[in-house]
Design a protein around this ligand. Structure first.
Ligand code: 5AD
Ligand code: SF4
Length: 440
């Protein structure tokens, strides 16, 4: 039993990608083993952790302005401890302390296992060492959901896309042993989890005793209902993997496959390792084998030297491919990356104009795609109540589309068959046709 007085509380701000969300779950797991519980609000916490993202300047600014506000809390309460973790920590290292001397601990994403050691120290501590053991560590994880779980399968990235800071902050690519991944998923299945998402910067270059296709085949035997994975690199998406996705029952019919640009010249400058026609070939094969598959993507607008022609090729790509959804970003120069030093950086207004135009085009395509599944029957995994209407439930299709359905007292975590009635721009509305109770 923990002594009540020993119990401390922690509040985590998490920025950025799923990897960070899961790293926060790991830090919470480690800290709860060491007597911490989660605080509802930062004002109530003994320890505040910022799990930061450095991928774009905007994410970094968001963190720094929140850190500035937190300084006021620290002024009021000297015993409050502040830790900065994640990619900004790794990138800025000791400069964080120079810039914000009220910060107590700084640790990079490869060193999150040290969080409990760090916070037990009286003095300021930092940790940024490259940690090749990261793939062999087991983490006690405090998961946010009891239905869907993130599972790390690899760490770091070797791709060095010319715009990207991740290889510098998360280090070299390293895969976790397959037996560890499989036993974690078996355990999740036994604990009632319905969905796992395999995490890595480039999951399809996973390589341990087996490759990524082999791993998916073994995971499929566990019989967990849904398996997803992010992120895939088009260059490493083999025919064998496409076939495996189409054959394996548990693997969901959704693929996030970042294209970044439709121009071969820009793709080359980005060091992406594929051409537009090679990308299209993969899409064609995916759709041939799985006509209902949803494909989503990432786009960067205004990469250095992107001409109107290059940009129009990206627009053409969107119109030709018709993604189910995209995440689009303005190019953000990151110090230390190759693109930072390239010539012909574009003015912000051009990047913004292109971004807004692309988002507008995609909005109509997403709507059209959503319309196409009206009147179809979809399996929905119920995730919780709608935030705006407590009489409605929200869940996702296997293709990862959000669907709202009436609450007929289904349990969170159950599967409901629903007929899609209405497609909206960003969501779908369905009617339960079977959920243990059959409707007239
Ligand atoms: N500027 C803008 N977008 C970026 N991304 C990565 N680095 C940058 C950058 N410097 C985008 C890519 C990637 C996604 C996770 O973030 O599209 O796929
Ligand atoms: Fe960055 Fe490219 Fe690695 Fe993705 S694959 S993390 S975009 S370097």
């Amino acid at each position: 039993m923990l002594n009540f007085k020993m119990i401390k509380t922690v509040y985590i701000y998490t920025y950025g990608c799923q990897m960070n969300v899961h790293d926060s779950e790991k830090m919470l797991g480690i800290l709860s083993e060491n007597g911490y519980r989660t605080a509802e609000k930062p004002e109530e916490a003994d320890l505040i952790i910022f799990n930061t993202c450095a991928i774009r300047e905007k994410a970094e600014q968001k963190f720094f302005s929140q850190l500035g506000r937190t300084k006021l809390l620290k002024k009021k309460r000297q015993d409050l401890k502040i830790a900065v973790a994640g990619c900004v920590a790794q990138d800025a290292k000791d400069n964080i302390i120079k810039k914000a001397p009220f910060v107590d601990f700084v640790l990079g994403p490869q060193n999150i296992h040290l969080i409990s050691d760090l916070v037990s120290e009286k003095n300021t501590r930092t940790s940024f060492e490259e940690n090749p053991d990261i793939a062999y560590k087991e983490y006690i994880t405090k998961r946010d959901s009891s239905i869907k779980a993130w599972v790390s399968i690899m760490y770091g990235c070797n791709n060095f896309c010319s715009y990207c800071i991740v290889p510098y902050t998360r280090g070299r690519e390293i895969s976790r042993p397959s037996n560890r991944i499989l036993s974690e998923i078996r355990q999740l299945h036994e604990n009632g989890y319905k969905e796992v998402t395999l995490l890595g910067q480039n999951v399809n270059s996973y390589m341990s005793d087996i490759d990524f296709t082999g791993l998916l085949r073994k995971i499929d035997l566990i019989n967990i209902n849904r398996v997803r994975f992010v992120t895939s690199h088009p260059r490493d998406l083999s025919d064998d993997l496409i076939r495996a996705i189409s054959e394996l029952k548990s693997v969901c019919e959704h693929l996030h496959l970042p294209i970044q640009s439709g121009s071969d010249r820009i793709l080359d400058l980005m060091n992406r390792g594929y051409s537009y026609s090679e990308y299209i070939e993969k899409i064609n094969m995916l759709r041939e084998l799985m006509p209902g598959i949803a494909i989503t993507s990432d786009i960067i607008t205004g990469f250095p030297g992107e001409t109107d022609e290059d940009y129009m090729l990206t627009v053409k790509a969107l119109e030709e491919i018709e993604f189910d959804g995209i995440f689009a970003f303005k190019f953000s120069p990151r110090k230390g990356t190759k693109a930072f030093g390239m010539s012909k950086h574009l003015p912000d207004n051009v990047k913004t104009e292109r971004l807004n135009h692309i988002l507008k085009i995609q909005e109509d395509i997403t709507y059209k795609k959503n319309k196409m599944i009206e009147r179809t029957i979809q399996e929905i995994l119920v995730e919780g109540h709608s935030e705006t209407d407590k009489n409605m439930l929200v869940g996702r299709t296997r293709t990862n589309k959000i669907v709202t359905i009436p609450d007929l007292q289904e349990n969170v975590g159950s599967f409901v068959k629903a007929k899609i009635q209405t497609a909206r721009r960003h969501s779908l509305y369905g009617i339960n046709i079977h959920s243990g109770r059959i409707l007239n």
